[in-house]
Design a protein around this ligand. Structure first.
Ligand SMILES: [Zn+2]
Length: 198
């Protein structure tokens, strides 16, 4: 679909020049494409418009479009759900100490007695599983929102958005469960928001 700014731009049937009605006037895609007098309301045009929108949504989410954009969004929703299921399990198994500290460095040395010893250095920061859970729940929400906008699998999209919201409360519950409140809790949330490597 050509983008002629905010006008329809279709060839006038009576008289010279192009149509100056607003783009998509009288169609389901107001603001984009031809108006209803110039083919904008035809099933082909409407289908084309949905495809353009889906491709734009995919580009924004950086999903590779292998088959169709609609198909890619469906696949992505399934993939993100799978990743989140795994991450829930990882986060549920964390202890309070593990939640706020991450392994930073692991060194192996052989002592004078010939014994091999491992030194593990940890430092304060949000556990990588929790950071990933937060990242992927945001992605689930984004994919589901794109699907809802395009009216793809409305049911699946709504469930996806719900799950995205639930992932955020799972994070809150994980913090509750570990007894992380007050300043440390704010620190955890701050680190998550900043994408700090901890
Ligand atoms: Zn027109």
């Amino acid at each position: 679909m050509k983008r002629e700014g905010l006008l329809c731009g279709g060839q006038r049937r009576h008289g010279a020049g192009i149509c100056h009605r607003p783009a998509g006037a009288g169609t389901s895609h107001r603001g984009r494409g031809r108006c209803s007098w110039h083919g904008g309301a035809s099933p082909t045009h409407e289908a084309h418009d949905r495809r353009v929108l889906a491709e734009e949504a995919c580009a924004q989410l950086a999903i590779p479009v292998r088959t169709t954009a609609v198909r890619a969004l469906r696949d992505e929703l399934a993939r993100v759900n799978g990743v989140l299921g795994f991450l829930y399990a990882q986060c549920a198994a964390l202890t309070a100490a593990e939640m706020t500290s991450g392994e930073w460095q692991r060194t192996t040395a052989t002592g004078t007695d010939g014994e091999t010893r491992q030194t593990v250095v940890t430092r304060a920061g949000v556990n990588v599983w929790m950071r990933l859970l937060e990242h992927w729940s945001q992605r689930l929400t984004d994919v589901a929102a794109a699907m809802a906008r395009l009216d793809i699998d409305r049911q699946a999209a709504e469930t996806g958005r719900e799950l995205g919201g639930r992932a955020v409360s799972a994070l809150e519950q994980a913090l509750d469960g570990a007894g992380i409140t007050g300043v440390p809790r704010l620190r955890v949330l701050q680190l998550l928001a900043a994408g700090d490597d901890g």
